[in-house]
Design a protein around this ligand. Sequence first.
Ligand code: UDP
Ligand code: MG
Length: 320
Amino acid sequence: MNTTSPAKVYVVIPCYNEEEALPITAKTMSAFFDEMIKDGLFAPDSRMLLVDDGSRDKTWTVIENLVASSEKFEGLKLAHNAGHQNALWAGMTAASQKADAVISIDADLQDDINAMRGFMKEYYSGADIVYGVRSKRETDTFFKRMTAEMFYKGMAHLGVETVFNHADYRLISKRALHELLNYSEVNLFLRGMVPTLGYKTAKVYYERSERTAGESKYPLKKMLAFAIQGITSFSVKPIRMIALLGVIFALAAVGIGLYALISMIAGKAVPGWTSTMLSIWLIGGVQLIALGLIGEYIGKIYIEVKRRPRFIVEEHLTHK
Ligand code: UDP
Ligand code: MG
């Protein structure tokens, strides 16, 4: 399906308060674009789409100047800070009409742009989704590495399929992108959503470096919010845990009930203690089970309201 002539690629770059990093990024990317076009990996009309995610600094002015300076750049300005995932979505939506493939990358160029060569190679050999995967995390602080590891492992336990050590550096082909854009949920967690698409996927490994300039736009607070978003947008398992806890409490009630009864018979309990103990544990257990049951239905509603496509057709072989 992926044609032999070079693909028209849109590189989507979300930018939030990136006035310091963006000029450097634009320069590096611009030179890189020329190489990619020369090597026949990008079509000459490929573009970089800079999405200003409601920045409060001069990011948009920088983008305006870049767009004026070269037709390689396009700019998209969001009216307010919608967040990294939404900014990416906005950019991919805008690019979806024109691009054969879309590559998303952060504005700070922590992700090695040369991996895009690998992306294109995989794309030309038929991959619809190519994940950029970090081979090492040496440039991260110990804390970030540890929390990230815990997060990926935790997600896997909750039954959410994500690609280990893959952030949002990836290529998506036109047809996969069109299917992805049919997902109508507003709580975006692309790392979880993209793997649900299916299609032929590939991984390209690269080493991640330090931020080129400026500071991380993901302070701990945003990172935590992102992790919670990831879990609650994808898993109803936490609800099941409530029901499980209820069962454990109800079982414990039996043991504690026996203990309370024996204490009473042995005359070691003050009047009223046995019945109070029994009721607390039993009612507690029953309540938790009931909550878990209600939760199951809420979980269903939750999955239902996302209105995701029930299936995605990859190919349909027919006769005339
Ligand atoms: N970003 C964004 N909106 C936000 C926060 C971040 O568009 O609300 C962009 C940011 O400009 C960058 C990317 O998301 O291009 C990743 O952010 P950052 O590099 O600060 O995150 P880190 O690498 O520290 O996790
Ligand atoms: Mg970064």
